[in-house]
Design a protein around this ligand. Structure first.
Ligand SMILES: [Zn+2]
Length: 417
């Protein structure tokens, strides 16, 4: 069987004919070259208006990289025609296997972008003998297609999150859809200013913004302001993930101060390696961390007192009736205010200032699952961890949309794997 027999079966293009393949050499390695010619009666299609027109002339032959076969690179060879388009003038023709000036065939780009969901971009480039840039451009093509074809009409529940990016305390704003049936990344922007979030509402449009029922966020003022301005009908909820994050920041601050104090007084370094056993959920502790925690609980330490206050607060999330939750919140705040721990008192102030938005959680119960924003935040961090090459904002944005955007793909007659 010849390669063109397979191509004719899975990827035939009207008006074009595959020639017989021949061996070639590309960058010192073996490759297979397949010439393509236009069939005699076909007219070239103008790449601007996409209408067929009379041929003008023919450019020099170009190579288009296709999906490799058994580790051997495949190239299509074709001399593009120029169209004497009555409307647009003399233009290069549009061909069905590649877009514009791309040297990679569209099928190959989709192939690479699909693998880039499983592997890092560097790994994909290595596995399929191509460059990191080729993988990046392929993923970018897939993301642009997906963004242009996705549906945003039915979005009712969103979560707004921020993620640290780069050193130097740079942030990205992320907006997720967190409805029962659809969990995906909808939007990425630089920074975490009002402007960062406004861009999302511009994309959603006024009608779309008015359809929002619930917005989960942390208590970052610029976000709260924009939500109140653009989607005043939606219930704004301060979600569990972001509130518990504040607790952990407080515990960490107390532990650091205490460890420093103990060291200065020449005490036993009790708090060495104690960070995660105080911050992680009990069920996620390793055996060593669990032992360490048990040991710490025997001491009257400030960070242990803060830890116990946080654990006590976890009960808050189990309430069903908003009024019962409210009573618990008030009680807890009273006790915590007597703790003489300044960072914990700051948490109390935050809870009191935002109590209305926090209690909204209970009115929305059943609609929202508490772990969704946390889960998506974790996935976004994994994308960054695998991101060897995402030093620039643009590639970071593309990588996030690609991994978390659940973006649509076109329908293919044959799916290359
Ligand atoms: Zn034209």
């Amino acid at each position: 069987m010849q390669v063109r027999t397979i191509l004719n079966r899975i990827q035939k293009h009207k008006g074009f004919v595959y020639g017989a393949e021949r061996w070639g050499k590309t960058k010192g390695s073996l490759s297979i070259e397949i010439p393509i010619r236009a069939s005699k009666r076909s007219k070239p299609v103008c790449s601007v208006c996409e209408r067929p027109g009379p041929g003008y002339d023919r450019l020099t032959e170009r190579r288009f990289e296709f999906i490799p076969l058994w580790g051997i690179a495949i190239f299509f060879l074709y001399a593009l025609r120029r169209v004497d388009c009555p409307k647009c003038g003399v233009r290069v023709e549009k061909v069905p296997w590649a877009q514009g000036k791309e040297t990679l065939c569209t099928s190959y780009q989709w192939f690479l972008s699909r693998w880039a969901k499983q592997l890092s971009w560097t790994q994909v480039a290595e596995a399929f003998c191509t460059s990191w840039e080729a993988v990046y451009k392929s993923v970018q093509m897939a993301v642009y297609f997906g963004l242009a074809h996705r549906q945003l009409d039915e979005v009712e529940v969103i979560g707004i999150d921020e993620i640290a990016w780069h050193r130097n305390h740079k942030f990205l704003t992320l907006v997720y859809e967190i409805g029962a049936s659809s969990k995906r990344l909808l939007y990425v922007a630089r920074d975490r200013t009002e402007q960062s979030l406004r861009g999302f509402f511009e994309k959603l449009g006024e009608t779309g913004s008015k359809k929002l029922r619930f917005v989960c966020s942390d208590m970052w003022k610029p976000y709260l302001t924009v939500v109140a301005e653009k989607a005043s009908q939606a219930k704004n909820i301060l979600d569990r993930f972001h509130i518990m994050k504040k607790f952990n920041e407080a515990i960490d601050e107390i532990r650091r101060d205490e460890a420093r104090g103990m060291k200065q007084q020449g005490c036993e370094p009790l708090l060495l390696h104690a960070r995660w056993c105080l911050l992680k959920r009990t069920e996620n502790l390793t055996e060593r961390q669990a032992t360490k925690l048990k040991e710490l609980l025997g001491y009257n330490l400030a960070c242990v007192r803060a830890y116990l206050l946080r654990e006590e607060f976890q009960r808050f999330w189990q309430y069903v009736r908003p009024s019962a939750a409210e009573t618990f919140l008030d009680q807890w705040c009273k006790v915590a205010m007597r703790s003489r721990l300044a960072p914990i008192k700051k948490v109390v102030a935050m809870l009191r200032n935002h109590r209305y938005l926090i209690l909204n959680w209970f009115t929305a119960q059943g609609t929202l699952s508490s772990g969704t924003v946390e889960g998506l935040n974790h996935k976004a961090k994994v994308v960054f961890r695998n991101a060897y090459g995402y030093r620039h904002y643009n590639s970071a944005e593309i990588a996030l949309y690609h991994s978390l955007g659940a973006l649509p793909e076109p329908v293919f007659t044959h799916r290359f794997r």
